[in-house]
Every structure is written in structure tokens, then in C-alpha cells.
Design a protein around this ligand. Structure first.
Ligand code: APR
Length: 322
């Protein structure tokens, strides 16, 4: 891609700001556009003073109304985008599950993806807005209705689950986290998240430790929600994960032929129509949905438990649009 452009929708939020900052620092990105319904000019002006390669796009998007008007900057933010990262929405408060966000975030994602269908139908969309298990199917239905759906260009970002699993395993084994790459499959909420520790070379844990690491990976987000005591959910680690994911997508677009990362995508690996697993990325997004190897008996139990929940959350997204 000659001039790589990334758009961040929800750029003034807790995730959006550090994510935009990391993108501004990236050597892979030439143009960065930030869009939000409040506070965007401040974020964009602020970032524009950082002397890096990437340019903030043209006239800075100004605050718009809800639902977005045609002149609120969304078109400008999206036009020419290669990757659109979407962390727009409301975050969790203590005691809430990701599914509790559905009512608000479903329509936000629907509207923003309609904009993507219109202004950058070829872009790879990276969905962060929760519940990802449902918002990705929502995005797919919107794109189908607009006649521009390409399964290789729609991903839910589950990279934070991988980051958490890597961190927790590294801590437990006394390893450098950079040397760990846990495969995490399924979805992006509670028991739909399944880290495959049986596939981590050299990892030694007791049954109890394995259980604790599995549950901590599944519910790591709750740790942050609780610690933030009402101020929201994970933002900095999610921003880092979203940035890692985005950079990898761009590297593959620009010809790197060794990019494999977990993503929540349309999939025929299981009877859930969307499923996170390792994916090979290429010039056009997801080149191949890779399998995830053999499960241990322990993992198989979680897998069997996960599928009904995941399928229900997917159907909820599909029904919302239809
Ligand atoms: N278009 C653009 N931006 C929007 C829209 C919209 N229609 N609706 C809301 N936003 C913006 C808000 O103005 C805010 O700046 O999205 C941003 C969300 O930021 P926060 O409220 O700080 O939430 P954050 O912690 O970043 O989480 C956002 O990501 O991980 C998920 O569960 C999390 O769904 C939540 C989302």
C-alpha cells in the first residue's frame, strides 16, 4: 500500500486516545484520522504536534451529532482508509458483563459500519467495541445488506486475550513475556475465551495452576473493571493490543508473508459461525483461517461449554440487524 491510512473511530475515548497515540508513533502508518462524537479536534490537534512520519488527516474532523450527519467528519475520516479500528462505545462498570453493553454499542457499531460500507468498503475493519462476540456479526450483517461484505476484511480484536495469557504464563513460568505466544480461541467474553496452554512448549503447571491461569485469562477484564472502581474497563492494555493487531494487519498488507495472529472472524472450524483462532494475514486481510491443533481433555471440556454461549451471542447480533 503506497500510503497507508488508519482511521480510529471513538478516538477520544479511554481506548481511542492511547490507541491513536500508538498509531501516530507507528512506522507502518502514513496517515491517521481520528473520529469521535466529542473531543476529536483536541485529540487530533494534540497528536499532530508529535513529529513522526504519520500525518493527521487534512482538516480535522469536528464534533458531530448523533446519529452522525453527513458533514460531521466521518466521510473524511474514512475515505481512503486501509484499516479502520473501532473502539467507539460505552465501557463496563463493576458488575456488568460485556453483554450488558449490547443495547448501546450495537447501534453505535451499526451506524459506524454503515459509514465504512459507504466510504471505505475495501478497508479491513478491526472491531473492539464490546460485546465483540455480537458486534462482529452486527458489522457483517450491515456489510452484507450494503453488498460489500468480505469475510477476509472483518475481524474482532481478541489480541488482548493473547496479551493477558502471555503475561500470566510468563509470570507463572518465570519467562520473558516476549518469548510466549499463547493461542487463544473462541470469543472475547468470559468462558467463550479459551487459552490453549497445552500447546505452549515447555510450560509446566499443576492442574490447579492451569485452572487458575485459564480462569484469569477468561476474566482478566473483570480484574481491571474492579480495580478501576467505576471508571471503566481496560483502556491502556486494550489500546496496546489494538495497535499490535493493526500494525500486523498493515505489515501483511505491505508484503510481510509471516504474519499469523489470533482474530475473531467468520469461520467454519466449529459450528459457531464466528470464531477466534490463529489467522494468516496477507495483502487483503485474512488470507487463511488456520486451525488450532488438538485440544487436551481439559480444554475440550471448556470448549464444549463455550459453544452454546458463543452461538447465542452471535445470533443476538445477527437478529439485531435483521
Ligand atoms: N461515533 C464515534 N465515537 C463514539 C460514538 C459514535 N457513534 N459513540 C460513542 N463514541 C465515543 C465516545 O465519545 C468516547 O470518546 O467512543 C468513545 C468511548 O470511550 P470510553 O467511553 O472512554 O470507552 P472505552 O473505555 O474506550 O471503551 C470503548 O471498547 O473494549 C470496549 O467494552 C469497551 O465497548 C467499550 C469500548
Amino acid at each position: 500500500v503506497a500510503n497507508t491510512k488508519v482511521a480510529v473511530l471513538g478516538a477520544a475515548g479511554g481506548i481511542g486516545q492511547p490507541l491513536s497515540m500508538l498509531c501516530k508513533l507507528s512506522n507502518e502508518i502514513d496517515e491517521l484520522s481520528c473520529y469521535d462524537i466529542v473531543g476529536t479536534p483536541g485529540v487530533a490537534a494534540d497528536l499532530s504536534h508529535i513529529p513522526t512520519k504519520s500525518k493527521m488527516i487534512g482538516s480535522l474532523p469536528h464534533p458531530g451529532s448523533w446519529p452522525p450527519r453527513s458533514d460531521d467528519g466521518l466521510a473524511e475520516a474514512l475515505t481512503g482508509a486501509d484499516v479502520v479500528v473501532i473502539p467507539a462505545g460505552v465501557p463496563r462498570k463493576p458488575g456488568m458483563t460485556r453483554d450488558d453493553l449490547f443495547n448501546t454499542n450495537a447501534s453505535i457499531v451499526q451506524t459506524l459500519v454503515e459509514g465504512c460500507a459507504e466510504h471505505c468498503p475495501e478497508a479491513v475493519l478491526a472491531i473492539i467495541s464490546n460485546p465483540v462476540n455480537s458486534t462482529v456479526p452486527i458489522a457483517a450483517e450491515v456489510l452484507k445488506k450494503k453488498g460489500v461484505y468480505d469475510p477476509s476484511k472483518l475481524c474482532g480484536v481478541t489480541t488482548l486475550d493473547v496479551c493477558r495469557a502471555n503475561t500470566f504464563v510468563a509470570n507463572s513460568q518465570g519467562w520473558d513475556p516476549k518469548d510466549v505466544d499463547v493461542t487463544v480461541i473462541g470469543g472475547h467474553a468470559g468462558i467463550t475465551i479459551l487459552p490453549l496452554f497445552s500447546q505452549v512448549p515447555g510450560m509446566k503447571v499443576s492442574d490447579e495452576e492451569r485452572e487458575a491461569l485459564t480462569v484469569r485469562t477468561q476474566f482478566g477484564g473483570d480484574e481491571v473493571v474492579k480495580a478501576k472502581a467505576g471508571a471503566g474497563s481496560a483502556t491502556l492494555s486494550m489500546a496496546y493490543a489494538g495497535y499490535l493487531f493493526t500494525e500486523n494487519v498493515i505489515k501483511a498488507m505491505n508484503g510481510a508473508d509471516d504474519i499469523v495472529q489470533c482474530a475473531y472472524v467468520e469461520s467454519t472450524l466449529t459450528d459457531a459461525p464466528y470464531f477466534a483462532s490463529p489467522c494468516k494475514f496477507g495483502k487483503n486481510g485474512v488470507e487463511e483461517v488456520l486451525g488450532f491443533g488438538e485440544l487436551s481433555d481439559y480444554e475440550q471440556q471448556w470448549f464444549d461449554k463455550m459453544l452454546p454461549d458463543l452461538k447465542k451471542q452471535i445470533q443476538k447480533g445477527i437478529d439485531f440487524v435483521n
